[in-house]
Design a protein around this ligand. Sequence first.
Ligand SMILES: [Zn+2]
Ligand SMILES: [Zn+2]
Length: 343
Amino acid sequence: MKRFHPSPPETPFYDSRKGVDRSLSGGQSPPDDTSWGGTPGRSKDTYEVPGEHVMMYIGQPTQLYIRIPEPKEIWPTLRDRDGGNPDNRNNKESIHVLLIEGTGIPDHDVEITVQMILPSGGHDHTNQPPLEMRGLLTATGGTTATGNGEVTARTNAQGGITVTHAAPEFGGRFELIARAQVQGKILEDRDTLTVRVPDLVELPEVNYYELIGRTNDHPSNHWATQLVMENIQSIAMAWFLLYPNESPISINDISLEYGGLFDVTGNWRPPHSSHRIGTDVDVRTALPGLRSGIPTRTPRDATDWAATTWVGNINFEDICRVFNGEPELHSPDSANEHYHIDF
Ligand SMILES: [Zn+2]
Ligand SMILES: [Zn+2]
């Protein structure tokens, strides 16, 4: 334990552990130490109780702290199909909570809540995700408790609680909020956590493909890994060079800026079940009489696409495979029909 200088003459304080007014006598001010909770100067009120080897914070009100360790950033929770969360995709944060008044206050209820900061992560809609989509909290203190998005646990003998937060499935910025009620007063502290798939890059605007599918809820929908960006650009350029009389490919959703669940309709749920890590790319197919795109239906000159038949486009599919993509038909026989390319 850190050593402190003896305390100054007759400093009064409230001993929350014993519930009595006490005072310290004799000594000088302790050394300055700003490692405590990032509040400079605070430790000037820190003294060791003579003969008890107990560290006291004198003259300070009751305080509640929540601290997320650096770099305060984790991956979203991913499905097994996306490779899950091995060690290099950590999706769990271990967060410390402390309730203190002189010494830690033991056996006291603290509520921990997760709230999304909106807009963030590529989600421009401002509806909070439901609690069950904000990540599982496991709090261990005097008691252990779990809950989705919120949990209440009791402090341990030192006034502390350790909270493990398993990330939500979507990316964004989140506030972890601790609240406790002490002697009729509500105490609150918060810290900010980023949940994201790191290193995604945004597809630039160029003349050999078209970027489509931006919405008010998700105005930036073309974030990919560097490798996938290069591959989809190569596919688009190869198509453009081989078939100059066809329209350039129209690239719809890839991933959001922070990755994670891409809730197309802004309700924090699929239908996009993939598109989480910048490795799935949607490309529009033509619907004769309705819209241009990769030609996949016959007859091509039909005026009602519903009267046409899907035949696919082996040339386009071959180009995809040359550049490490596996094209699949998604939403067949609907106005949302498209090639989904899995890299
Ligand atoms: Zn969204
Ligand atoms: Zn898709």
